[in-house]
Design a protein around this ligand. Structure first.
Ligand code: DAT
Length: 175
């Protein structure tokens, strides 16, 4: 008998440097879900629509990103990593987690990534004003949005364990 499983889809959100890709890759190796970095996908497929001189970064072509991800999302079983979320269809995700990092840790991580000046300050402000957490709370049902601290390796370990448990529970409840 064929069994059709509904696969959980997770969205990992947060300011650059909070640890989304580190967490997403670790989760993928623990759960067998597929890790998708929207930033990497955009780079590989050149899903851009111009260049933002002020923020020194290419502008994401959100419609093309949605088109590109549509098939994978309908299969499910993915962990999507991106800093923002307001352009994703709401029904794509079953669990949304927003990683949060204290300024002192985030400052060092972004500085060692080569961020400086306005770009560094803007990203720190983005974290202080919890911009992406609020975007997530406006874009998804509040019950599926979870805020997680991401300051230390111990936080990372705890977050992975917790999310693995959520995914297992979600799979039991929905299959
Ligand atoms: P993001 O994908 O959000 O931009 P990242 O996964 O590349 O962030 O992590 C940025 C840096 O911080 C990288 O050197 C790994 C480190 N890091 C990530 N999560 C951490 C944690 N919980 N504790 C300590 N360092 C962490």
């Amino acid at each position: 008998m064929a069994v059709c499983l509904t696969l959980c889809a997770c969205l990992s959100l947060g300011t650059p440097g909070v640890g989304k890709s580190t967490l997403g890759k670790e989760l993928a190796s623990r759960t067998g879900l597929t890790y998708i970095s929207v930033g990497d996908l955009a780079k590989e497929e050149e899903l851009y629509d111009g260049f933002d001189e002020e923020y020194e970064c290419p502008i994401l072509d959100e419609d093309r990103v949605i088109d590109e991800l549509e098939d994978k999302m309908s299969e499910g079983g993915v962990i999507v990593d991106y800093h923002g979320c307001d352009f994703f269809p709401e029904h794509w995700f079953h669990i949304v987690f927003v990683l949060r990092t204290d300024n002192s840790f985030l400052y060092d991580r972004l500085e060692s990534r080569g961020y400086k000046g306005k770009k560094l300050q803007d990203n720190i402000q983005c974290e202080i004003f919890q911009t992406l957490y609020e975007e997530a709370m406006l874009s998804y049902s509040k019950e599926i949005v979870h805020q997680l601290p991401s300051n230390t390796p111990e936080d990372l370990e705890r977050n992975v364990d917790q999310i693995v448990q959520w995914i297992e529970q979600w799979s039991k409840d929905n299959n």
